[in-house]
Design a protein around this ligand. Sequence first.
Ligand code: 26V
Length: 803
Amino acid sequence: MFSDKKSFQEAFLKKLEMTYGKSFKESTVQDHYHTLGNMVREYISSDWISTNEIHRSSHTKQVYYLSIEFLLGRLLGQNLLNLGIREVVKEGLSDLNISLENIEEIEVDAGLGNGGLGRLAACFLDSLASLNLPGHGYGIRYKHGLFDQKIVNGFQIELPEQWLRHGNSWEVRKLDQAIEVNFWGEVEMVQEDGKFSFRHVKGEPVSAVPYDIPVIGYKTDTVNTLRLWNAEPSSFPVHKDVMEYKRQTEAVSEFLYPDDTHEDGKILRLKQQYFLVSASLQSIIRAHRNTYQTLTNFHEKVAIHINDTHPVLAIPELMRILLDEEKMEWEDAWYITSNTISYTNHTTLSEALEKWPIDLFQPLLPRVYMIIEEINERFCKELWESYPGDWQRIENMAILAHGLVKMAHLAIVGSYKVNGVAKIHTDILKEREMKDFYQFYPAKFNNKTNGITHRRWLLKANPQLSSLITEVIGDQWIKQPHSLIKLQEYVKDPSFLQGLKTVKQQRKKLLADIIQEQTGIKIDSNSIFDVQVKRLHAYKRQLLNVLHIMYLYNRLKEDPNFQIVPRTFIFGAKASPGYYYAKKVIKLINSVADVVNHDPQTSPFLKVVFLENYRVSLAEYIFPAADVSEQISTASKEASGTGNMKFMMNGALTLGTMDGANVEISEAVGKDNVFIFGLKAEEVLSYQQNGGYRAYDYYHHDKRIRQVLERLTNGFLPDTYDLFEPIYDSLLMQNDEYYVLRDFDSYVTAQQKVNEAYRNENKWLQMSATNIAHSGFFSSDRTIEEYASDIWGIHSTKNLLNQ
Ligand code: 26V
């Protein structure tokens, strides 16, 4: 039906009529979107079935990627591109006077994630399928994804997100494959053939109903699966109020947690984690049993990867199934489990490492808790043998200590591989945060530098740049992103640079239009687009960026000789609803924007824009338009960052600290093609260990800092009263935990270098081209190939598919 535009048109019109019982004339864009979505899903169904069939019959090892977040964004455009039918569809629709772009625009993002961790999972799925790797995702089908952000009077307001309101063409509900997950209840000991075993009984059942979404590889026949679980009432327990039971059950998959710090709802979050893990494991095991009739070879045929610690209960849950249901001995069950599971750590911030109070944990998951106790006891015994008498070390490393279950410790003990997400991050894990574990299990630790799918973040998001690249080096880069390096030969080629300039201008105009439409602010599309988009967090230091803008404003006002290239500072960020400080920073950005944008003296040179509701689909317009990529976290705090890679791939230059993947970006492009500033990770760590930082000294000795900080609270920002006192206090009274004032001078200097560099247009374009040329390394295809060979032991099924 997609072979040529005529047959597409016929199929489209027929499908539209059949689905909606409407004539073409009566149909809406929404109808067109769903019709197209359903057609694509039907079109790939035979490949979907055959991919599954081949995986089953060829006995190839599978990987299952368990993640509490999948931040997919829109699917229609990417699916059409990956299938290689976007042009036919576009032309076919255009003959009917329908614009494909308009249809694509009405798709609501699947926003089942908070930020980097969830988007990484989505990029990995694209790479797995595109590389013909047998790899599938398991997650939760949250009814409401990450909240919709509105900015009202400069403040963030959160509204419930409703991505399923118009239905979802991509998913297939599979009620026949529903699975029961049990909470609460008791553990019963049973004696069989003289052997004792345990069973979780009298639990409260929740039915996990799978919704499968096809994951379509780029121009291959592979269609993998993302299985999202929906929580529904199971057989109603007689002793319960039926309505109450229904409500409690459905709550399990109702909301994605926007705030990991949340106090209430802790139980619900733990329920979500176990729900995901138990349903996924039972489903994986059922499929394995059907094929092999035994679980003794489970670890040879299945790899299970846990994305951070949220799915770490996969370890005790797999043990439970092998012990209680399969009746294995502990040693055999442990051997299989600890050779099946691998774990990625995504943060070293101690407040983000999960720890569950035992009092809360044990009643909810009594049998799982018993198993964790046993794992802990055996682990501590092993430690005792290696470090006799070293109580302190054993206490520090224990899984259960001080009334808490330490999820990261459980993850390391029960996994065969543990990885960080950028070189510097893995080094910090090995040398500091997880040093004891690294000494005990040196072979488990390894690095896998993150990547992004260039098929979304370049091919789809920036068709103009993609065409230019293809004109110059051919289209091999789409399948083999490393070949972007061929552009290195053209970084001084005038016609390529001219092309690059034109593309960037086009994309900046497009973003300027979006900004004007959404905010009413008219920006100069010839100004430098300086962008910081990411979750709002103190360690990411959006504050440093705003303080610098306030400084520039002061300079422009006070010094008639001070000149800068016109600059537009663009922000996008959501703050967790309970994160008081982060919300203040959003208000501060908007208050500064109000002053700066309305001052006729400065507004030709300086504009500040806060874009509401930052999300994947908006990001696809932002990255291609950026000149400067702000990656200014306190060194050692940002595990990797992935936005930095999206900017680089679209030709923006990084202004950043030596943190996360910035370090590798700067190695790849060379020091002359990035702007690096600020404390190094070792310096930050040394301050943290030995003290010696006094924020007040920087305030005292630097007039620029004094002036800017005073303007936070002295009425300079209209109608803000004492709103920003907490920010002021965090810097001065609480000694500036993230070294904002310490890095201020260095940041200002780096920003001046950006300003100077931009004046030399040709030089800037060469730097931009160099960044694009070296961005291939940061494709998630490279990352996934490393995971596949070093951790999972899985292989491409390309040869099997072609048979
Ligand atoms: C969560 C929380 C919650 C409590 C308050 C502090 C805090 C800080 C960070 C986090 C994020 C935890 C996990 C996460 O999303 N990490 C991100 O993972 C990305 C993919 O590997 C990586 O690029 C980002 O650097 C990392 O922050």
